[in-house]
Every structure is written in structure tokens, then in C-alpha cells.
Design a protein around this ligand. Structure first.
Ligand code: PHE
Length: 359
């Protein structure tokens, strides 16, 4: 019997429509589409037969088969749209997120305030063209002392309460660095001149812990060596630094001091950022931050001792330089009114959190 006669086409269409209706998923609909609309489906066969019919029947049969096929096509696309809508509805239900539910609240980690401040201080100098230089915390005595013009019997070795590292023969010649100044030597020996470096890092001293002392703390060191550098350049660098840290307008003061690796040496103080010097004037309110002196000591500094330049093979008649060093924890305490250095290393997040959770 011919697939294109009227009753066969009617039955094929009815079966196809029933299969479309019965398809309960997009996959089932796809199977129905292949079975009833595909190349080997009865309706496709009916189409193929049209050319073999007597010419008189072709037009009528063509219309009938065409109408059946287009009805099926419409039914398929309606069911497709229905099933897609059902699937989307299902996704909305199963993948719904209740944004009002409380989260797991795992606190994020963050950088330590001392690290944040060391980076901020470094950035001030990086902006002035300095490069960051770092050195080891277990350091050769030669770098920590000798090359910095601190000979073996020099009282400064005791002044700095050195922690010595034991070797197999006892004295290994190594120490836990007592300051970041050995990075000056490492930089002078390895970097081309002129040289502008800033060196943040951890340092160690054999000290008992109290509110203002710790055996481990951080320093940041600056070193510039160039032709024609003078104390005016040193003062300018320090002033730019204080401006960047505390805002423009605080004066700085330089008083003579002694460090074996700088000559002349100085201690730097800045005008108290809290009372701006008012507490030191007659009748001024007392200030806890500067103990009513009007000044806060922030750094040691000086012109690089020519002996240090010579130890590093640099001609002191051609080059001169300046250096400075300051304590990071101390800076943090001054800037934020922290009264106990132990708060900076207890690891209590209630302290750190107050400085923000920078990552
Ligand atoms: N290294 C010195 C200290 O730890 C500080 C300092 C650095 C002084 C650079 C002068 C120049 O006390």
C-alpha cells in the first residue's frame, strides 16, 4: 500500500502528533522528531513517493502530504517551546539560591599591619626612584659589623645586643642581623652607582620583652650614593618621607648622634603630629604622644662614612652618600597610638583588624 494515500498520511500524522504530545522531555521530543519527521519517517516517504504517482494525482497528494508535514512541524515547535519552558522553570527551582541565608563567615586572611606599614614606607621611597634591596636575616658578622666600620672590639657590637649563631667550632662568624644596615654593604658591592635603595626587613636583638622592646622587630633602611650628595639631600629625603607619611606641614629636626658607619651622624625627630609642638609651649596642654617635648624621634641617619665606601671599593673622593634607618613597629606605634609593642606580635586579630583587612 502506498504511503501517500489519504488514510496512510492521516494515520502517520495522527501517530506523529500523538508521539509529540507524549514526549515528556526534550530528549524524548528529539527521538519523536527523528522518527516522524526524519528522512525515513512515513511522512518523508510519502513526500518521496509523490514523483512516482500518476501526474493527475500529484498536486492533490502533494498538498495533503505538505499540509500534514507542516502541521507536524508546528506541533513539534510548540512542544519544543513548552518543554524548554518547563525545563527553565525546573532550573529556577532546583538552582535557586537563598541570598538571605547566613554565609559560612570564614574570616579572610589579611596582611599584618607591620607588613602593610613597611610596604607603605617603601612605596614612599620607590616613588622617589629608590629600588628595594633585601638581605638575609642570618648574616655574616663582616656585613653586619666589620664592613660598617664596627671592628671586633667596638662597644657598638654590645650596644646592639647581638644574637650570635653557633657553628661547629663555636663561633660561626654568623649573627642574626641586628639592623638592616648590612644591606647597605650588599647593595654597594653588587649594584652599579649611582645607587638609591630602600631595605625593609626583620632584625634581631638580645633584649628582654617589655612594652617598648622586642628581640625581633622590623627596620627600614635607606641608602643613596651618588656624586655630590650632601646633608641637604639627606634632609630633603627625610622631609619628603615625613610629608608622605603624616601629611605636609610637620617640621623635622636633626641633632648630632653617633653611628660608626655614618659621619657625621644624626638623629631625626619630627614635630609631634598630635600636638604639633603646642604641648612644649608655655601653658600648652600636656601631650602623651611626645611626652610634651613637641618632638618625636623617628630615625638614625648620617652621611655614609668614607671608610664604608672604601670597604666596598668605592672612591670616596668622587662619591658621597647618605643613609637612614628607622623602626617599623615604632613608626606604627607612633602613628596609631599603640602603647605596647607586644600587640604587634601577639597574633590577636582584634588588633590587626583595626588597621583594615588589606590583602
Ligand atoms: N642601623 C642603625 C640602627 O639600627 C640605624 C641607622 C641606619 C643609622 C642608617 C644611620 C644610618 O640603629
Amino acid at each position: 500500500m502506498s504511503a501517500s494515500n489519504s488514510s496512510e498520511v492521516g494515520r502517520a500524522l495522527a501517530e506523529a502528533l500523538a508521539a509529540v504530545e507524549a514526549a515528556a522531555s526534550l530528549d524524548e521530543l528529539k527521538a519523536a522528531r527523528i522518527a516522524h519527521e526524519g528522512d525515513r519517517s512515513p511522512l518523508a516517504q510519502a513526500s518521496a513517493e509523490i514523483g512516482t504517482l500518476p501526474p493527475a494525482e500529484r498536486a492533490e497528494t502533494g498538498r495533503r502530504v505538505g499540509a500534514a508535514r507542516s502541521e507536524l512541524r508546528e506541533a513539534l515547535s510548540r512542544r519544543q517551546a513548552q518543554l524548554e519552558a518547563e525545563r527553565d522553570q525546573q532550573v529556577l527551582v532546583t538552582e535557586a539560591v537563598d541570598v538571605t541565608l547566613p554565609s559560612a563567615r570564614v574570616p579572610r586572611g589579611a596582611r599584618h599591619p607591620v607588613t602593610m606599614l613597611a610596604d607603605r614606607l617603601s612605596d614612599v621611597f620607590i616613588a622617589m626612584g629608590y629600588e628595594v634591596a633585601e638581605g638575609p636575616e642570618v648574616e655574616a658578622e663582616w656585613y653586619n659589623f666589620d664592613a660598617l666600620n664596627i671592628p671586633p672590639d667596638h662597644p657598638a657590637r654590645e650596644m646592639q645586643d647581638t644574637l650570635f649563631v653557633a657553628g661547629s667550632e663555636g663561633d660561626s662568624g654568623m649573627v642574626l642581623r641586628t639592623h638592616t644596615s648590612p644591606v647597605q654593604i650588599r647593595s654597594l658591592l653588587t649594584r652599579p652607582l649611582p645607587l638609591y635603595v630602600v631595605s625593609p626587613g626583620r632584625v634581631y636583638r638580645n633584649e628582654a620583652i617589655d612594652a617598648t622592646h622586642s628581640p625581633v622587630f622590623h627596620q627600614i633602611e635607606g641608602l643613596a650614593v651618588d656624586e655630590g650628595l650632601t646633608m641637604a639631600d639627606l634632609r630633603g629625603a627625610i622631609q619628603a618621607f615625613v610629608d608622605a607619611m603624616f601629611g605636609v606641614g610637620l617640621r623635622t629636626r636633626f641633632r648630632p648622634d653617633y653611628f660608626p658607619f655614618t659621619e657625621p651622624s644624626g638623629d631625626v625627630a619630627m614635630e609631634c603630629h598630635v600636638c604639633r609642638g603646642a604641648s612644649a609651649k608655655p601653658g600648652g596642654e600636656p601631650c602623651r604622644v611626645c611626652k610634651s617635648s613637641g618632638w618625636i624621634e623617628i630615625a638614625g641617619c648620617g652621611m655614609v662614612n668614607p671608610r664604608v665606601l672604601v670597604a666596598c671599593g668605592i672612591d670616596p673622593d668622587r662619591y658621597s652618600g647618605f643613609a637612614f634607618g628607622l623602626g617599623v613597629e615604632r613608626g606604627l606605634m607612633i602613628a596609631h597610638g599603640v602603647t605596647d609593642i607586644r600587640d604587634t606580635m601577639d597574633g590577636d586579630v582584634r588588633f590587626s583588624r583595626a588597621f583594615g583587612m588589606e590583602l
